[in-house]
Design a protein around this ligand. Sequence first.
Ligand SMILES: [Zn+2]
Length: 270
Amino acid sequence: MDIDSKLPDNYKNHKIWLTLDLEELEDANFNLIKIKDYNINYECIIDKWLMLCEEFQVKSTIFVLGTFCLKYPHIVQKIYNAGHEIASHGYKHNLIYKENFKDWINSINDVKKILEDTISSEVNGYRSPSWSLPNDKKYYQELLEAGYKYSSSYFPFKTYMYGNSEDKKEPFKVELKDDFIVEIPIPKLILPFSGGFYLRVLPMPILNHLFTKMLKNAKKPVIYIHPYELLDENLSIYLYSKMKINFDYFLATFCTSKPHNKIKKILKRL
Ligand SMILES: [Zn+2]
């Protein structure tokens, strides 16, 4: 069978694959010491995202955490009704390599059912929390058996929390017993650049150069962001001013209000 048969339509149909990992700020694996007295309006954030996609006539893939879906099913339904793909971001935001294997297997089945019950449609995609899926066939075998067709969990750069040292330029087949699953890696040019910390800190001229270079080489950039990267600047400054400053604080908080406008500028140039 062809690799295309398991790739999501939003990947195949757009020059850039837009993805968002839908979780609450407190789900992130950063060691952030947080305050309790804030309230992030996730529906507003998602409305902002849906409007951006609408403006450029693109459909995105939203990897939803199971606990988020249980808490805000109406937001997940709203995204689905707007024509975007709902995929799985795991049940809880646990680092998989620290989790018991059987517990992880249960969790990928549980979250698939929660999402499918919410949108009354099939869920095909999976992205591990914090790119923490080990590059090991036994994990992919379980994803396949749970009914997933593709994963987007391969980060081609080793960090202190996650990642792989080998670069993978394009989606690849993970051959399994009688079948395969597709892994869609995050592309890089020297460094990853199209999401998270990198998209936030890299200046626009460099981003333009990297996106253009990748597109010229017929490679597909994968943008990945989080709700906390779509916060308005004032709320972002307020929230982060209440946190304890440590190393993770810097990784998580730099330029969190920037991606929205950067993505707009990138899409405008397409
Ligand atoms: Zn996440």
